[in-house]
Design a binder for this molecule. Structure first.
Ligand SMILES: [Mn+2]
Length: 358
């Protein structure tokens, strides 16, 4: 595995490449061209410039998160073939720049949903949190407003003002799309892009839906072992793979995370490793990464990745806001750095126990 950190680019991120490089063991960043909208072309020159900036800081681009998929592709409208052609061109340009991992998601309208971005914990830290009750009492437009007012002056991916302005239109677009149609649209997209992925050895890694159930009546298709295996089998190519996001699959306590990792052996290309603390099955918060602070056994998650021969990038996921840091909620420097070192410690212990036979 390679330890990485997500980086939002010098224009948007409060964390610098210089700081990331000083986190023990971190050698790569997961990034993207943050001013691009879904459906835009990423030119080779733009990708090259980003790559040079990262490499000048002594790091490298370990993968892209994300090349976002347009609503035309997800909803299967008349424009989808045009957008798929552009997507293929983006992949080709990434391949030419020697980038071989692309994370993406296939969630309609909302990329991810939390109902609080700064819930205060007993130690004074703040974390992202979710309660089903809050979602049940919100109309989608208000969801955008509450997220926007809580961003610490930053822009959160998936919650861009451009998308907020279109929320009603987007709901209209997905009105008649059920899970089966959405799944078929995803398969259509993957089959169309597999040739360029094979040509440039680009591993596509789908991010699960977050939370792992339908919200606001929108279909959600990547949320359980059964559903993700169905997708792996529908397009049975190693380049059709998975971002194993523990914190997203883990929103459903029905998902057995280590079991899922083993079932997906060979198809997990990227891992988001994070803990959640459940207060009730309908109320969870993003704890620090340690097993002792949350609900998941992080040792078992990392062990499943190790034992299945996982060799892609791992990144710590949303961290707590601690030590007075002001940053994009979930994406401060300090707690993610602690998370990275903790995961590296687990990995080293598991690897040494295995290779030294104790
Ligand atoms: Mn994730």
């Amino acid at each position: 595995m390679e330890m990485t950190l997500r980086w939002y680019g010098s224009k948007h991120d409060t964390v610098t490449l210089e700081q990331i490089r000083q986190i023990p063991g971190v050698t790569g960043v997961i990034t993207m061209l943050y001013d691009k909208q879904p459906g835009d072309l990423w030119t080779q020159e733009e990708i090259h410039a980003l790559k040079e900036e990262v490499e000048a800081a002594g790091l490298h681009i370990a993968g892209i998160e994300s090349v976002n998929v347009s609503d035309a592709i997800k909803a299967g409208t008349a424009d989808r073939d045009k957008d798929i052609a552009t997507y293929i061109e983006c992949l080709r340009n990434l391949g030419k720049e020697d980038i071989h991992l692309v994370c993406y998601n296939f969630m309609p309208v909302f990329d991810w949903t939390r109902t609080e971005l700064a819930r205060k914990r007993a130690d004074g830290s703040t974390v992202l949190a979710y309660t089903q009750e809050a979602v049940d009492n919100l109309v989608p437009e208000k969801m955008f407003d509450s997220i926007a007012s809580d961003m610490n002056g930053t822009m959160m991916p998936g919650w861009e003002p451009e998308r907020m302005a279109k929320v009603k239109e987007l709901f209209e677009l997905y009105k008649n799309i059920d899970e089966e149609t959405l799944f078929n649209n995803l398969v259509y997209f993957l089959k169309a892009i597999m040739p360029v992925c094979n040509e440039y050895d680009i591993k596509m890694a789908i991010h699960p839906d977050d939370p792992a159930w339908p919200v606001f009546g929108l279909p959600r298709i990547i949320r359980s072992e059964e559903k993700i295996l169905r997708l792996m089998n529908a397009v049975d190519d190693v380049h059709n793979g998975v971002t194993f996001c523990a914190g997203s699959y883990g929103t459903s306590l029905k998902n057995d995370l280590p079991h899922m990792i083993r079932a997906l052996k060979g198809r997990v290309h990227f891992a988001h490793v994070r803990n959640l603390k459940f207060n009730t099955p309908d109320d969870f918060e993003e704890a620090c990464h340690l097993s002792s602070d949350g609900t998941f056994d992080m040792y078992e998650i990392v062990r499943a990745l190790y034992e299945t021969g996982f060799n892609g990038p791992i990144r710590p996921d949303h961290g707590r806001m601690i030590w007075g840091e002001v940053a994009m909620p979930g994406y401060g420097l300090y707690d993610r750095a602690l998370g990275a070192c903790y995961i590296e410690g687990l990995w080293e212990a598991i690897e040494k126990a295995e290779t030294r036979g104790f």
